[in-house]
Design a protein. Structure first.
Length: 144
């Protein structure tokens, strides 16, 4: 169905093994988004090398603002970790999103994304890189 409708298959809250299985099976024929790639609350708990491997197989890697927030007792990642991961994967293979707003401890989506982009910019990512990951790459995935 994903291929029939040229949809994007998002990996969701699955294990690392399930991510690899889905991506190896569908990446060359479909558009795939590895969601919650570095999240500690949900998702596969992938490290940077695993994300690069999945991107090498054809997936786009989602980096979320919520990963950098302290939520439900989970320590957020520091922005430098997200930038290092972005540099390892390449901004042409990443998207930026919020994953915010689902819990009262998490910021609302729009302020969460704004703050995330500002922190990434302050730590050295260019406007061009941010635009690619927050606008161009998602538009490409959605064929807009």
């Amino acid at each position: 169905m994903v291929m029939q409708f040229e949809a994007v298959l998002a990996t969701g809250h699955t294990t690392a093994a399930e991510h690899y299985s889905v991506i190896k099976t569908f990446a060359r024929e479909s558009k795939l988004l590895v969601t919650h790639a570095r999240a500690t609350l949900a998702g596969p708990h992938l490290d940077s090398q695993q994300c690069r491997e999945l991107a090498d197989l054809g997936a786009t890697i989602e980096l979320t603002a919520q990963c950098c927030d302290h939520v439900l007792g989970h320590q957020g990642k520091i922005i430098a970790q997200m930038i290092a991961m972005n540099r390892e994967i390449g901004d042409e293979r990443c998207t930026l999103s919020t994953d915010c707003g689902w819990n009262p401890e998490a910021p609302r989506p729009a302020p969460g994304l704004k703050n995330f982009l500002e922190r990434l910019r302050a730590e050295g990512l260019s406007e061009q890189q941010l635009s690619r990951m927050v606008a161009e790459n998602p538009a490409r995935l959605l064929a807009l």
